[in-house]
Structure formats: structure tokens, C-alpha cells
Design a protein around this ligand. Sequence first.
Ligand code: ADP
Ligand code: MG
Length: 346
Amino acid sequence: MSENKEKTLESLGEFGLIEHLTNSIEIKNGSTIKGVGDDAAVLDYKDKQTIVTTDLLLQGIHFDLVYTPIVHLGYKAVMVNLSDVYAMNATPKQITVSIGVSSKVSLPIVEQLYDGIKLACNKHNVDLIGGDTSTSLTGLTISITAIGEANKEDIVYRSGAKPNDLICVSGDLGAAYMGLQLLEREKRVHQGNTEIQPDLSGYDYILERQLKPEARKDVIEFLKTIGVKPTAMIDISDGLSSEIMHICKQSNTGCRIYENKIPIDHATSLFAEEINMNPTVAALNGGEDYELLFTISIEDYAKFNQETDIKIYTIGHITDESKGQYLVTNGDEEVELQAQGWNAVQ
Ligand code: ADP
Ligand code: MG
């Protein structure tokens, strides 16, 4: 075998690449009986229920390598899956990673992708137990499947919300979308004139929210500590509007969300102003915030009154289905929520 610095995807070949990417993996969870290296992985969840979720990321559709650091891409690809497991009030334990790589993708790119993937796994105590590797005709494709566990009675579905339940969110919204708008803007400027380097200084928060989202394991643990089991839960990947509508549809309810209660960071408002956008629209329709949106019974509300680092925002309440799904604006108007987007009534 040639020296490390001379390794290429071609010289490694498929099996060499798999070995190269996975030989440092140490199994962390007792439920992982067999990880990488056989025809299939073997898991043992004993009397727990098993949670499975998968996401497909295509270059040019879901990510743009022009402005996405590849380590961050690996990290985010794992986070979006773990976020789905946490949204079931479950604990992720294993992932599989499948990649399609074209001749345009170099070994350092794949190595950095796995650096990000492994970082995310270590942070969330998750085992990488397998995957698949193939050449592709164009670009980079990543498909990750996350597997987790929960006691049957702990699992939270989208369908459990009841009228009068409070609607809560675990963090501020719209920042990831503003980060994306900033990156797209700088890409356009950069493409028009290669002399100009992207100027991203001072925009750290919205960039971090777009490029390095964090799945909210801490929120799930916090809710357990204070003895609150949400009645319904979902993670915010597509924007507040469509996510609350998913909960309402599956729970056969309506809702009222109050515009002035939606948490929006100052950095989000500043950039929204810069590009003449209403920050509420970014929160409702932007997506990729990966915060948890959940409903709780009114009796559980008092349990939140404790000293804690974790801030939970109450943004509205569930109603009877007949009352519809509405945003109550700062001007006290009721605007019907739309899955495809809510148009600002200025
Ligand atoms: P098969 O031919 O049966 O599909 P592979 O040679 O593709 O087997 O895989 C061998 C082992 O390596 C399996 O355990 C598989 O899960 C793992 N593996 C393959 N590709 C990847 C990858 N990109 N990341 C992590 N593990 C992988
Ligand atoms: Mg295979």
C-alpha cells in the first residue's frame, strides 16, 4: 500500500475505502452486537421499541459544496436524522451511512465528510454500524439511516395533541433560513466577480444555524427530568407553519400561534431587515431550524417554572378542529396558516 498522502479513491477501491473510513470506529452501545464488517449489522434492543428514520441528501438539491464546508455537511447529515429520533422522544443509538461518489469527488472530501459524521456520532453516543458505497455519475450523494430505542410508553407521536394543550418550541426560529439566504447572496456576488471574496463576518449566528445545526438531545433529557411527556412532538425541518399543521392534522385539532410569541434571534431580524424580508415569514416557512415543536397539557406547564439553562417558549395553544389553524399577528389579525407558506400581511 502506498503512503497515506498518496492514497486516492481509485487506488483504495471500494473495499479499501470502506476499511479506510471505518477501521477507527469503536462500538459504544450495548445494543450494537455487530457493526461494520459482515453482510449486515446485528442489534439487540431487548424489550424496547425500535425507531428507524432515514434521509437522502443530493448535491445541488440539498447542499451546495460551493459554500458548505464538507465537515459540516457530514455533521449536519447525521444531525437531521438524530433530530427525527429525538422528535419521537427516543434515543438514537446507531446509524448507517451510504454514499455515492463521482470521479469529481476526491478522497480528502470523503475523509472530511466522515470526520463530520464521526464527530456527530461521538457527541451523541451513536455507533456507525454500516452502510453502502458506490460510484455515481454526478456529484456526491449521502443517505443516512438512524436507529434508536424507547420504552413503548415514552414514545411521542404527532397525533396526541388535545384542545387547550400549549404549543411549545425549544429555540429561536428562522435563523437557519437567513443563513442560507446570506450564503446564496455571497455565492451570487462571488460568481459575478471572482475578485470579490465572500464577506461573512458578523453573521456568525445565522451561518452556524444553517451550517451546524444541533439535534436537541438536551431538550428530551430536560423534559424527562422535570417529568413532562409532550402530548405530540415534531422537529422543525420545514418551518413552523407546516410542522404545526402536521400536528394539527394528525391530532384532528386546530391551533392559534401568536406572532409576538415566536422566538426570533436579533441576528435573524437584522439580516431579514437587510434583505427586506419579514422575519416571521422566515420562522414560519424557512425551515432547517431543527428545534423541537411540541404540545403539553396545561397541568404540565407549572413544571417548567424551575431554574434551568434550557429555555422553552410557549407560542400558542391547540383548539378544536372546527376553529382552524391560524396565526394571530402583532396587529391582532387572524391569518390562516398555509403549509406551502404564509404570505406576510404587512
Ligand atoms: P455488501 O457487498 O454485502 O453490500 P459491502 O462490501 O458493501 O458489503 O460492505 C461491507 C461492510 O462495510 C458492511 O458491514 C457495510 O455495512 C459496511 N459499509 C459499506 N459502505 C460503508 C460506508 N460508506 N460507511 C460505513 N460502512 C460501510
Ligand atoms: Mg454494499
